[in-house]
Ligand binder design. Structure first.
Ligand code: ATP
Ligand code: MG
Length: 238
């Protein structure tokens, strides 16, 4: 293997990224000149107290928002240079989202929820959708409505949905926040296998145990990175 192949490629790079919200009550600097590099294939946990800027950071990393100052590069692209339309396209190709609230359409079955996501990527393929459900162990629940699925099963449908376009980056905001311990383990195991398949994972969590599954933990406080450490449980292979 060449030296170049062993050096981890940077997939996400923030430089002095600042995001301010201007409201009638004044200006809140939610992110204050943050610099952060994430390697392709890395699993990063983002922690910090309420209001510290985690969601603001996730929105930037997910190309849902833009910085007021500094830069965000994802897969080599400076997202501030993209038009609105280019950004939408880039996001659809690059990022898969897994939310704490599952955001499934209540009157569509598990399979149809996946097919709806395919539709937004301009391709619907029932067999592919079924294969996606089978990958998360839900082949036998394809016809169930979200209300007929447990919380953990609903989150697995969301993970299948997030993978429809094989995005290199998975963004998970409190992915196990609504789950009991058993389902938490299933979802964590799924994230681990996706990470091993090469997906870069950015995960917000309040749970220190969950954070230990990542490679690295970044802690925010008042919009700044105040601590950054390797997680101790990560199975380091590199
Ligand atoms: N749209 C907005 N307008 C004004 N201020 C905002 C807006 N969104 C967030 N903020 C403020 O920016 C700061 C960071 O918010 P953010 O949502 O990123 O925090 P968080 O770390 O995700 O918190 P939590 O753990 O509660 O979800 C907070 O002080 C918040 O009040
Ligand atoms: Mg938040």
């Amino acid at each position: 293997m060449s030296v170049a192949a062993t050096r981890p490629e940077t997939i996400i790079e923030l430089r002095d990224a600042t995001r301010e919200y201007r409201g009638h009550a004044g200006t809140v600097r939610a992110l204050d000149s943050i610099s952060l590099s994430v390697s392709r294939g890395e699993w990063l946990a983002i922690m910090g107290p309420s209001g510290s800027g985690k969601s603001t950071l996730v929105n930037l990393l997910g190309c849902l928002d833009r910085v007021d100052a500094g830069s965000v590069r994802i897969a080599g692209k400076d997202i501030n240079t993209l038009s609105r339309k280019e950004l939408d396209q880039f996001r659809a190709e690059t990022v898969g989202f897994i939310f704490q609230q599952f955001h499934l359409i209540p009157y569509l079955s598990a399979l149809e929820n996946i097919m709806l996501a395919q539709y937004f990527h301009s391709m619907t393929d029932r067999k592919e959708a079924m294969a996606a459900l089978e990958r998360v162990g839900l082949g036998d629940r394809a016809g169930h409505l979200p209300s007929e699925l447990s919380g953990g099963e609903q989150q697995r449908v969301c993970i299948a949905r997030a993978l429809i376009n094989q995005p290199p980056v998975l963004l998970a905001d409190e992915p196990t926040g609504n789950l009991d311990a058993a389902n938490q383990q299933i979802v964590t195991g799924l994230l681990r296998s996706l990470n091993q398949l090469g997906h870069t994972i950015l995960m917000v969590t309040h749970d220190p145990e969950m954070a230990q599954m990542a490679d690295r933990i970044v802690e925010l406080h008042h919009g700044r990175i105040v601590a950054e450490r390797e997680a101790s449980l990560a199975p380091h292979t590199s």
